[in-house]
Design a protein around this ligand. Structure first.
Ligand SMILES: Nc1ncnc2c1ncn2[C@@H]1O[C@H](COP(=O)(O)OP(=O)(O)OP(=O)(O)O)[C@@H](O)[C@H]1O
Ligand SMILES: [Mg+2]
Length: 158
């Protein structure tokens, strides 16, 4: 499946979507999140941590670029919001995370697109209303086409 759009009607539905992604994740997965301030990138990531069995996730604003969390698999939560220069990605050794043993979830991925793995699950999040968001899944590569197909039947409002 090459494209999928799901509508979330509240934060809990976004978390539920994240939980499913966390359950489906395997080592090496790269998930790129693109969406304006406050659309729900971190909310989705919180769900992903739960889906991986990570208990201690706090939704606090982060000033660090990478957070390492350990569940069924390591989760590297990367936030490129404060990235000023593309070279910082190389300087900070992000490749160790990107090509490591865990899964990477990257907020503000558009800031680093040229240096991120070409095979990835790209998720565009759009603001529809105070409580509604659209999640558009664009898989790049076979592995991500499979995950997208598995998300198709997810019912967010039950
Ligand atoms: N359907 C929804 N899904 C996700 N968040 C929602 C939804 N409806 C309302 N919200 C609210 O939108 C906000 C999303 O915040 P969040 O920190 O996840 O955004 P973000 O995209 O990570 O922002 P930033 O760009 O600052 O990192 C929260 O306050 C949340 O309660
Ligand atoms: Mg965020």
């Amino acid at each position: 499946m090459k494209y999928l759009e799901l509508i979330s009607r509240n934060p809990e539905q976004t978390q539920k979507l994240g939980i499913r992604i966390g359950e489906l994740a395997i080592a090496g997965d790269t998930i790129l999140l693109v969406g304006n301030l406050g659309t729900g990138k971190t909310c989705l990531t919180q769900g992903i941590t739960w889906g991986l069995g990570i208990k201690d996730y706090a939704l606090s604003p982060s000033f660090i670029l990478v957070r390492e969390l350990y569940g069924r698999l390591p989760l590297y939560h990367i936030d490129l919001y404060r990235l000023d220069h593309l070279e910082e990605i190389t300087d900070l050794g992000l490749d160790d995370y990107l090509y490591g043993d865990g899964i990477c979830v990257i907020e503000w991925a558009e800031k680093g697109l040229n240096l991120l793995p070409i095979e990835n699950l790209l998720i565009h999040i759009n603001y529809l209303s105070d409580t509604e968001r659209s999640f558009q899944f664009q898989p790049h590569g076979k592995r991500y086409t499979e995950i997208t197909a598995q998300l198709k039947d997810l019912s967010l409002n039950s």
